[in-house]
Design a protein around this ligand. Structure first.
Ligand SMILES: Cc1cc2nc3c(=O)[nH]c(=O)nc-3n(C[C@H](O)[C@H](O)[C@H](O)COP(=O)(O)OP(=O)(O)OC[C@H]3O[C@@H](n4cnc5c(N)ncnc54)[C@H](O)[C@@H]3O)c2cc1C
Length: 397
């Protein structure tokens, strides 16, 4: 469709920053950039009505991982990078709270629990965690206290990990470790709060607008042209925040889309309020305000789903039946399943995110793994600061 006068002169005029993808990372980048440069024009291009990645479809854990998962990360990344990863999650949560507020996020500092089952693997894992607990606590507790101490309601001396025999007994687990710094937020309210903040900050969000390519122009102040169904849109800076879908615009990026299934179930007996991690975080559940329980995960089941947007209802049903069995194992009789959905993660060889600049003004922040709710807003802050600090870029007039 040819672009009209009002569009080229105002509505679709060149932007200072164009963010591609309106997930947590994209929206945070836009808002933080606007906070640094309120007068500059910031545009988000989002291919779906709401967003089709993890941001509207996650479990709402305000979490930093659990000891089982940390042991894997320690082995894979070493102490410094492992702790840095946890720092990114804690700082991300702090940035999210500072940006949108506890109330708007529906954040409750409910605490989390990692449960170890009575299988041979579960007991072996619990044993390893037991041996490593003082080390994990010694490293993570000061970090939590320094990053979140002024926001969380508990004393800064609160440990990162504490044994919880009563939760183990409640769930018939071999062991349970309590994560007092963890919380739960309301994902829907978080996304609404982002939308409201973008309206207030005058961030233009164009939904249903897929960016199919980003090409260099020969114009010094608008060096990037983004191909969209409404024609090319020019921009001084571009931030690619498409997470698991990043390969479309960043062909060499080491990030892949990975599906996660989620059920909302009503158990006959509601579990104690909180967020729970099982099998090193591959399974998780949390209580919901209406007495139901969100139960999800299962990437380790090995059920293949076709790439988005294709679907395979039979494979989804196989995955769901494995999830339902796991839910029955932990929650007892399930009376109803009210919701079933797939959400898409962006994953890679490890759990570290991928941030970078491929050319002046062309940036990306993708691969948030299973913890982008915690991490995403801090990553958006970093990305906005990086873009704003590019001294050679003149603002558009
Ligand atoms: C089931 C599930 C449960 C989860 N639970 C938790 C949790 O409890 N706690 C936690 O911390 N994290 C959790 N996560 C992870 C978290 O949701 C993600 O890491 C986070 O939402 C990623 O945000 P993002 O902005 O990087 O990407 P996304 O939310 O994936 O957003 C990327 C956006 O880019 C858009 N897009 C893609 N390609 C294009 C294009 N070419 N043009 C325009 N737009 C495009 C997509 O439509 C999408 O909206 C969960 C994820 C899933 C799937």
């Amino acid at each position: 469709m040819p672009i009209g006068y009002w569009e080229s002169e105002h509505l679709l005029a060149p932007a200072d920053l164009t963010v591609i993808g309106s997930g947590i990372v994209g929206m945070s980048t836009a808002l933080h950039y606007k906070a640094i440069h309120p007068a500059r024009r910031v545009r988000i291009l989002e291919r779906d009505v709401l967003g089709e990645g993890g941001t509207t479809r996650n479990a709402g854990f305000a979490c930093f991982g659990g000891p089982g998962e940390w042991l894997d990360d320690l082995e894979c990344l070493g102490q410094t990078r492992w702790l840095n990863l946890i720092r990114m999650r804690a700082e991300g949560l702090r940035a999210l709270i500072e940006l949108l507020g506890v109330e708007a996020l529906g954040l409750e500092w409910s605490g989390g629990w990692e449960l170890f089952d009575r299988t041979e693997a579960g007991m072996a894992r619990a044993e390893k965690v037991h041996d490593a607990l003082p080390h994990l606590n010694g490293a993570v507790q000061p970090l939590m206290a320094s990053v979140l101490g002024h926001l969380a309601p508990h004393p800064t001396s609160t440990p990162a990990l504490v044994y919880s025999p009563e939760r183990a007994a409640h769930f018939g687990a071999h062991a349970s470790v309590h994560l007092p710094w963890e919380g739960m937020l309301h994902t829907g309210r978080m996304v609404s709060a982002f939308h409201k903040a973008m309206q207030v900050a005058d961030v233009q969000c164009l939904n249903g607008c897929t960016a199919s390519a980003v090409d260099a122009t020969d114009r010094p102040f608008v060096p990037w042209s983004i191909a969209t169904p409404r024609g090319p849109m020019l921009s001084t800076n571009v931030a690619i925040c498409t997470n698991g879908f990043a390969k479309g615009l960043l062909p060499g990026a080491k990030v892949n889309p990975a599906p996660n299934r989620v059920l909302v179930v009503r158990p006959r007996t509601a579990p104690p309020k909180g967020a729970y991690h099982i099998e090193d975080g591959y399974l998780y559940f949390r209580t919901l305000p209406d007495g139901q329980v969100l139960f999800g995960g299962g990437r380790h089941f090995g059920v293949e789903l076709p790439h988005f947007p294709d679907r395979d209802p039979q494979a989804e049903a196989r995955w769901d039946s494995l999830l339902e069995s796991a839910a029955e194992r932990w929650l007892g009789t399930i009376e109803t399943v009210s919701h079933r959905w797939t959400g898409w993660l962006g994953v890679g060889e490890d759990r570290e995110p991928l941030l970078g600049t491929t050319a002046p003004g062309l940036h990306h922040a993708v691969r948030m793994g299973g913890m982008g709710v915690a991490m995403g807003c801090g990553i958006g802050l970093k990305l906005a600061q990086t873009i704003a600090s590019e001294a050679h870029r003149e603002p558009l007039r």
